[in-house]
Design a protein around this ligand. Structure first.
Ligand SMILES: Nc1nc2c(ncn2[C@@H]2O[C@H](COP(=O)(O)OP(=O)(O)OP(=O)(O)O)[C@@H](O)[C@H]2O)c(=O)[nH]1
Ligand SMILES: [Mg+2]
Length: 534
């Protein structure tokens, strides 16, 4: 007996646990998890074992296997009861054998995260499936049997869009759209859109970008993504001007579209350059102030904005949603001893971050490039903390900022089931502090560690400042630590620890009496990921 997906859809809402609402179905089995992270339970459906019965026994099995665990904040939100109009999507993941890294998302988790992304984009997840593969299929990514299975699910669940967890080639997209569409069980044609994780992330970014620069970046990334894939796109992704109302002589529609897209990309690049020049000037002005910058970065939803809010009351949007923050926000914070820093919140990272986006956001992430210290916020209560940590470190390397000292904040300690164990492990690591941006726990210690690291990042200066350069003396007091100052006939002789930028300025003005030290010592500790704790 093959499973009838329409029946699955009709029957399941009557099942007792609302939590097990995203089951996936393969062949004759119904698979489910009662809670996020609970192991999968499956039961076969047969003539004797009706769907509802099979579902019940899978439910019992899943609960016995660990369903008692609490749903963490990042599990699927409860679905609203009311009939909703959201676009209905089905998710497909694939695990390629031999592609396993040291810390990695397994395919379940990756698809689960894809589901969270889809919810963030305002889509309704109807179900999901995945396949273990030796290698991706050249023409359809997944194997033909799996394609047929997804096609059945699409027809039965009234799915409008199928989202793949990995980036698809233009050819694969086309083939899949053709294979998954067709005729539904009711004899009506089924029109299915296929897209991949990259398009979904781009879509979320475009919904959320606030500043002109953010919007331009995303639009450019989308245009570049669309160009080689010029077929059908989501209508709301499709912002290609008029669509070529005037057909050029002998030019095929697709060529017109391509030309329009290319023109649009060029135009976007010009606009972006103008906006960036403006921001660069602002940044240069800022970098001439002596206040060191601490760049907050971390996996999406790690709690970066909450932390900045708690520290500064900045009122940055913090939400239990992926990619709540897209535009950097910077706030001034006073540390103990009256030292000031600039804390800068940035866009979150995610595994399988589309390369288009890394490139597009490179400029925004220059905020991090300027930082004296990177504050890496990790959601240590997340079951995948280790893989997320790895993903962030990878992007930092890609951005060429891995030489900047990193202070790691293990956030959400309040949500850990074993906080003492986590604290014990953190204590063994250098520059790692357990905090809760929510309750404020550990923030004082974090500030202390940041202060200490900033101090280390300073260089010794011995300078003679003419009386006309009083502002520089001021800067040394605000941004650095003055150890000694004597009023001489031709100026003030000071010995101080100063931020590198300020030391450089003193050097270029010819006020320095000492040689500037070379690069600071290499980091002595190797940061090879987080031990899986949760
Ligand atoms: N339990 C607990 N939850 C937290 C803590 N910090 C943040 N959260 C929650 O985690 C979710 C994400 O927080 P944000 O501050 O928006 O995370 P972010 O890293 O800025 O996320 P993006 O901007 O989306 O990348 C929110 O629901 C917060 O309430 C914490 O210390 N403990
Ligand atoms: Mg944020």
């Amino acid at each position: 007996m093959q499973l009838n997906f329409r029946q699955v859809r009709q029957e399941l809402p009557r099942c007792p646990s609302r939590r097990a609402k995203t089951p996936y179905v393969t062949g004759r089995c119904v698979h489910l998890r009662t809670t996020y992270r609970a192991p999968v339970a499956r039961a076969q459906v047969s003539e004797e074992n009706a769907l509802e019965q099979a579902f019940e026994s899978a439910l019992l099995e899943a609960q016995a296997k660990g369903g008692a665990r609490q749903r963490p904040a990042h599990a699927y939100p409860e679905e609203p009861e009311a009939e909703d109009e959201r676009e209905r999507v089905f998710l497909v993941g694939a695990a390629i054998k031999g592609e396993q890294k040291k810390y990695t998302y397994d395919v379940h988790e990756s698809v689960e995260e894809l589901g969270r992304l889809a919810e963030t984009a305002g889509l309704k997840v109807m179900g999901s499936t995945f396949q273990m593969l030796e290698a991706p299929n050249m023409s359809t990514y997944i194997g033909s049997g799996k394609v047929a299975e997804v096609a059945r699910a699409v027809a039965a669940l009234d799915v409008e869009t199928v989202i793949f967890d990995d980036e698809l080639s233009p050819g694969q997209l086309r083939n899949l759209e053709r294979a998954l569409g067709g005729t539904g069980p009711d004899g009506l044609p089924v029109d299915v859109r296929v897209c991949d994780r990259t398009a979904l992330i781009l879509d979320i970014f475009s919904q959320r970008a606030q500043t002109r620069e953010g919007q331009l970046q995303v639009e450019l990334a989308q245009t570049e993504y669309q160009l080689p894939r010029l077929t059908k796109m989501w209508s709301h992704l499709d912002r290609v001007g008029g669509g070529g109302q005037v057909k050029g002589t002998g030019e095929k529609q697709i060529e017109i579209d391509k030309r329009l897209l290319r023109d649009k990309a060029a135009q976007l690049r010009r606009e972006l350059e103008a906006v960036r020049t403006h921001r660069r000037q602002y940044r240069e002005k800022r970098s001439s102030t002596p206040i060191p910058v601490v760049g907050i970065c971390g996996y999406t939803n790690a709690g970066k904005s909450t932390l900045l809010n708690t520290i500064t009351g900045a009122g940055v949007l913090a939400e239990d949603q992926l990619f709540a923050t897209l535009d950097p926000t910077t706030r001034r914070v006073r540390l103990k001893g009256n030292k000031e820093i600039l804390l800068s919140d940035t866009v979150g990272f995610i595994q399988k971050l589309p390369t288009e986006l890394v490139a597009a956001f490179r400029a925004t992430l220059e905020e991090i490039q300027d930082a004296s210290i990177i504050l890496h916020v990790v959601d240590i209560s997340h079951p995948n903390a280790a893989a997320q940590n790895e993903a962030v470190m990878q992007v930092l390397t890609e951005l060429g900022v891995d030489h900047i000292p990193i202070v790691t904040a293990w956030n959400k300690i309040d949500a850990c089931s074993n906080p003492d164990e986590v604290r014990r492990i953190a204590a063994k690591r250098t520059r790692t502090v357990c905090i809760s941006g929510m309750t404020g726990e550990g923030l004082e210690q974090l500030m202390e560690v940041l202060g200490g690291e900033l101090e280390k990042a300073m260089v010794e200066v011995h300078a003679l400042l003419p009386y006309s350069a009083g502002d520089l003396l001021n800067d040394l007091h605000t941004g650095g630590r003055v150890k000694n100052q004597e009023y001489k006939e031709d100026g003030v002789e000071v010995t101080a620890a100063a931020p590198k930028s300020l030391a450089g300025r003193l050097h270029s003005l010819g006020y320095l009496l000492n040689e500037l030290e070379g690069e600071e010592d290499e980091d002595e500790d190797e940061d090879d990921g987080v031990v899986l704790l949760a």
